[in-house]
Ligand binder design. Sequence first.
Ligand SMILES: C[S@@+](CC[C@H](N)C(=O)[O-])C[C@H]1O[C@@H](n2cnc3c(N)ncnc32)[C@H](O)[C@@H]1O
Length: 245
Amino acid sequence: MNEKPKLEATTLWDYPTQSYGETPKGDNKYPGVTPAFIIYNLLQRYTKPGDLVVDPMCGSGTTIDVCKEEKRRVIGYDIAPVRTDIIQNDSRNIPLDDNSVDMIFIDSPYSDNIHYNEHPDCIGKISCEEEKFYDELEKVIKECLRILKPGKVLGWLIGDQWVKKRFTPVGFKIYQRLCKYFDTVDIVCVVRRGQTSNTALWYHRALKFNFFLRGFKYLFIMRKPDDKESKEENRKIEWTRYERK
Ligand SMILES: C[S@@+](CC[C@H](N)C(=O)[O-])C[C@H]1O[C@@H](n2cnc3c(N)ncnc32)[C@H](O)[C@@H]1O
């Protein structure tokens, strides 16, 4: 059976399994692996065959596998590659030309909750309770802006954190940083399934201690502005004009 995922028409995306079709997409044992149907849906909407797609933090390579099957060209980087077709690179400095990429997908760490690897530059070693976490991811956002062609799309998947009785709205905080540089196409809510807390024990804990388990992630669909100047520069110009009045 080589069924493709359905194309989503609403902003609530839900898929029961990590992968689809006959061949695996990424490795469903990899910590924090991305559900492949998300990448499939983004490719169908925002790219065409032959376009170049980049994943700067590609983990077990889900983006690479989906792109290859859909006949898109693809480059996948990671700080600690687990496959030979993934290039070792820190996403804060991407070795690609300005305005050269047709779509970017990133499923970034969203705190220090998952142990990905031993690499000291892994952003997943920084807690989302520290401002540094957002500052480092903003460097990745700026690189995405630089390499994307104007008018093209970045998809960024991220979830919030609730640990030790403390909630951190990681999604909103990353969205604020994204909005400094990109225009918003839309925000999608992706249902979280198959996570470790999806058990009877966690269900009872959540009720007993009165907290909520994470049920969704945000998918921010952002577009690089088409204008010659960046959004940030435009803002500065607008502000200078306003001050002169
Ligand atoms: C949520 S995982 C990505 C999962 C991937 N999409 C998949 O389906 O397997 C986040 C990834 O970010 C990588 N990472 C963390 N810091 C990085 C950095 N500075 N540069 C590049 N990759 C980084 C981690 O190694 C990890 O593989």
